[in-house]
Ligand binder design. Structure first.
Ligand SMILES: *Cc1c(COP(=O)(O)O)cnc(C)c1O
Length: 380
């Protein structure tokens, strides 16, 4: 079975072997060394001042950021399940919330964010996704972040990059906190979250003391010494160290380049089949297709062709399916996925199989791969 859901993603064999080694204690020079190396790789990936690793799924890091960076009113961009989650966390923590709400195929823009900030001067932090995984859309988070900082550099910008980190280059210039998670592009089991921090975010953390398990001041103090306040997710951190070993052979740029090529190839293949890409601005991390028979398609894909893709949630249940692009996916597997979709359309008597999807995928993929590589980003 090919696991092609946009999280959890398949865990490659080398990563599984690394995590199968006998357990080591976390308060030892051996583990501190692994922690230090992993932290250095994360900092290089993020191009940020500091980074924290927490033993939680991604939502834990979202909550920690809300508790730490918002004292008054949170502006939340909600174009789907994960944006909505930021608003729910804010409410649970007793923060006021102002939401910019869109249909799940529609990204936010910098103008409406500026308008909201102008109207509500109590907003002290803005929360958004780089890629909203509910519909697979990409928000123009770089433009939004830069507009916010130009308007008022004191406002914290928190970007959930759980399905963007390790997928494409992230310009962290105007971002105070970048959130990541282990089970998406890092190709690990769930249970480790990551928060990249700006200088301003570090200053805030040093001055505040909120929460207990997710007390970032406590974590920062410990993690600067390559240890953690509580027992860390040792196995996942060992897995992450192995991920960097694997990825650093060719560099991050190679991962971004091949991931983009696979995503564009898949998009083209779907369009050639007459299928509709759901989001107005698709993210690289996943390809989301709107289809009236999405669930039947998904079932046939799985039972007849061994491909597991994700469906939709809430009002998009049965209306979309989502194909993962995150991680170091072998290109032949991605080619099989588009072939399997075309075969499924034939089985459901929606279209005759003629190999169009495969052709479109390979042509687009190799055209993109053969484009001049601009070289590694200086920070990455
Ligand atoms: C997966 C995901 C999360 C994290 O969810 P958890 O289940 O807590 O790991 C957060 N945001 C986005 C955009 C995601 O795709």
């Amino acid at each position: 079975m090919l696991l092609f859901t946009p999280g959890p993603t398949p865990v490659p064999e080398e990563l599984r072997w690394a995590m199968a080694a006998p357990a080591i204690h976390h308060r030892t020079p051996e583990f501190e060394n692994i922690f230090a190396n992993t932290k250095a790789s994360l900092l290089a990936l993020l191009g940020m001042q500091e980074v924290l690793m927490l033993a939680s799924s991604g939502t834990g890091a979202m909550e920690a950021c809300m508790a730490t960076f918002c004292n008054n009113t949170a502006l939340v961009i909600n174009s789907g399940k994960f944006g909505e989650r930021f608003a729910k966390i804010a409410t649970a923590l007793g923060r006021s919330v102002h939401e910019i709400k869109h249909e799940w195929d529609t990204p936010a823009n910098a103008n409406e964010v500026l308008e909201a900030l102008g109207k509500n001067t109590n907003i002290d932090a803005v929360f958004l996704q780089a890629c909203e995984s509910a519909g697979g859309l990409r928000h123009p988070f770089e433009d939004i972040a830069s507009a916010i900082k130009e308007h008022n550099p004191e406002i914290f910008v928190v970007v959930d990059c759980i399905t963007t980190l390790g997928v494409e280059f992230i310009d962290t210039h105007n971002i105070d906190a970048v959130i990541g998670g282990s089970q998406k592009a890092f190709m690990l089991p769930p249970g480790l979250s990551i928060i990249g921090l700006s200088e301003m975010a570090v200053r805030r953390i040093e001055q505040c003391n909120v929460g207990y398990y997710f007390n970032l001041a406590n974590e920062l103090k410990n993690q600067r010494k390559n240890t953690t306040a509580y027992t860390p997710a040792t196995t996942l951190i060992i897995g992450l160290a192995e991920y960097f070993q694997k990825v650093l052979i060719d560099g991050f740029y190679h991962v971004y380049h091949t991931t983009k090529a696979r995503a564009l190839g898949t998009q083209k293949a779907m369009q050639i089949l007459g299928l509709q890409i759901y989001p107005k601005v698709p993210a690289i991390a996943m390809t989301t297709i709107a289809h009236e028979q999405a669930d039947t398609l998904r079932k046939t894909l799985k039972s007849d062709f061994g491909v597991n893709v994700a469906g939709g949630q809430d009002h998009l249940k049965g209306k979309i399916f989502r194909i993962n692009q995150m991680g170091l996916l072998p290109v032949h597997e991605c080619a099989w996925v588009v072939n399997a979709i075309e075969l499924t359309l034939e089985r459901l008597q929606l279209r005759k199989f003629d190999g169009s999807a495969n052709t479109a995928f390979l042509q687009t993929y190799y055209a993109e791969i053969n484009k001049q590589a601009p070289g590694d980003h200086p920070k990455q």
